[in-house]
Design a protein around this ligand. Structure first.
Ligand code: SAH
Length: 475
């Protein structure tokens, strides 16, 4: 290690910046973020710094640098574009043993500034020791996506309880076990889901339980896994997938997505293919309650969005009735995922001002929804679960007033490398779908917007064949 990493307390302390341009502005911003009293020395000042000076938020001296400016300073940053001035600042600071940073000149620095992820009080600092700042910045960008923004609030909550917990557990090892449970368990998840009051209550309760080894309360995460392509998961879905003790999933969840769940998590398949219900809905509801009562973190993973034709509402109703904590994570629903990947905008100023999602699930061979209200021009109709009923659905839409030349598409396994798009009209689509030998899941889109597919199709999955990514859906 070439540099010793420390976090310096510069709150209300004098810090000097030499230079008045854009780079200096960034450095001033960082120092002010850590609440320093900043003085800027420069013959010229850019507009942003001038504004800060006018408001009295920085002290400004319109002059060249002289070493006397260092008399009060706790540290100094040289950010001028004149190498000789920078070298002068560096030499003067080193003589006075004041830490000095010179922008883009590692040889003139006695300290360097890291790339920072600020989730105060949690702060992550990354440095390449001046060797490859871009690499450090890349790493920062990756970490930014991994560390939830609410981590700061989690840090604050932990900070507020720190002394109390310290008093409660005399042995540091017990303390550590307690905090590990809190910060990786439901309390942390509540904070990240914005349920701060519940989190505080749960932390107090855990502390009152008087012992570091009381089992954590179980909870359920009802998570939308999106339409099949793992890239379309949300950050929150991925994080919860990597924490859960048990994953309860059905057939719509692609194996490539399931693979992202924690390796040692138990997996329970509850099926629900058409006409082949592995487990009845009531039993699934009960199972979730049972697992949570055992203290487990249960991930109920669903295809698409849990609240769109996902029966998510029923599942959490049972949880609520049993007092089990839960949270719902939205996913990209098939309509928006599939439409995007098929190049069919669901609304368009010229063709459709509204869009409806309906289920085409047939009970006893008949259409169980009233299509009269939705068969309208200038409206896009998206039909879930409609493959089997496709001929009937097309006929019914025509019967209710749509022209049989209305454009219509059916998309198989949209967003994945098995995506197939078949387009036609209400008259021709059923026959074309049979010829294409489509496999579920499929989504039907009806309306003028389908015409745009020819122009806007951008996802050509045949290009992906032979790659390692195969989101084969269980059909
Ligand atoms: N909750 C899910 C829908 C569950 S109903 C969601 O929000 O997407 C199951 C139906 O969703 C399937 O019959 C099919 O119509 C549709 N579907 C889901 N994923 C799909 C995909 N990748 N391609 C096409 N249709 C899909």
């Amino acid at each position: 290690m070439d540099f010793f990493p420390v976090f310096l307390d510069i709150k209300n302390k004098p810090c000097l910046v030499v230079g008045g341009g854009e780079v200096a502005t960034r450095k001033v911003g960082m120092l002010r973020q850590a609440q320093a009293n900043v003085t800027v020395v420069s013959p010229e000042l850019c507009a942003t710094l001038q504004e800060l000076a006018d408001k009295g938020q920085i002290e400004f001296h319109r002059t060249r640098f002289i070493p006397e400016f260092l008399d009060e300073a706790l540290l100094v940053i040289a950010a001028t574009d004149d190498r000789s001035v920078n070298a002068e600042v560096s030499a003067a600071a080193k003589e006075r043993r004041i830490p000095v940073n010179v922008v883009d000149s590692p040889d003139l620095c006695s300290f360097i500034m890291p790339s920072v992820i600020d989730r105060s009080p949690i702060v992550v600092a990354i440095s390449s020791g001046g060797a490859a700042p871009v690499l450090a910045r890349n790493l920062r960008a990756r970490l930014e996506t991994l560390i939830p923004t609410a981590y700061g609030r989690l840090g604050q909550l932990a900070g507020a309880f720190r002394e109390q917990v310290k008093k409660h557990f005399i042995r540091p090892a017990d303390r550590r076990i307690f905090w590990e449970k809190i910060l990786q368990g439901p309390v942390a998840e509540m904070v990240l889901a914005g349920q701060d009051t519940d989190a505080k209550a749960a932390l107090e309760q855990a502390l009152q339980a008087e012992s570091g080894d009381t089992p954590p309360r179980g909870e359920v995460y009802l998570v939308g896994g999106g339409p099949g392509n793992p890239d379309l998961l949300t950050f929150r879905a991925l994080r919860l997938m990597q924490q859960a003790d048990v994953v309860v999933h059905d057939h719509l969840v692609a194996p490539a997505i399931l693979e992202l769940a924690r390796r040692d998590a138990e997996r329970i398949y509850v099926g629900k293919e058409r006409n082949n219900h592995t487990m009845r809905q009531e039993n699934i509801n009960e199972l979730l309650v049972k697992l949570a009562k055992e203290g487990k973190r249960v991930l109920r993973l669903k295809g698409g969005d849990p609240f769109i034709f996902g029966r998510g509402g029923e599942e959490i109703e049972t949880l609520a009735a049993n007092g089990i904590p839960f949270q719902v994570v939205p996913g990209i629903t098939a309509a928006s995922g599939v439409a995007s990947y098929a190049g069919i905008p669901l609304t368009h100023r010229d063709y459709a001002q509204s869009c409806v999602f309906v289920t085409g699930h047939l009970k006893d061979g008949s259409v169980n929804i009233d299509l009269s209200g939705i068969a309208k021009t200038n409206q896009t109709i998206v039909i879930y679960m409609g493959l089997l009923g496709l001929p009937t659905l097309c006929q019914e839409l025509v019967k209710h007033g749509l022209s049989n030349s209305t454009p219509a598409a059916i998309v198989q396994q949209g967003t994945t490398y098995r995506q197939k798009v078949v387009t036609g009209t209400l008259e021709t689509l059923p026959g074309l779908a049979v010829d294409a030998q489509l496999k579920p899941p499929t989504l039907i889109i009806v309306g003028e917007v389908v015409k745009l597919h020819d122009k806007l199709a951008w996802f050509h999955p045949e290009l992906g064949e032979g790659t390692s990514f195969t989101a084969s859906l269980n059909d």
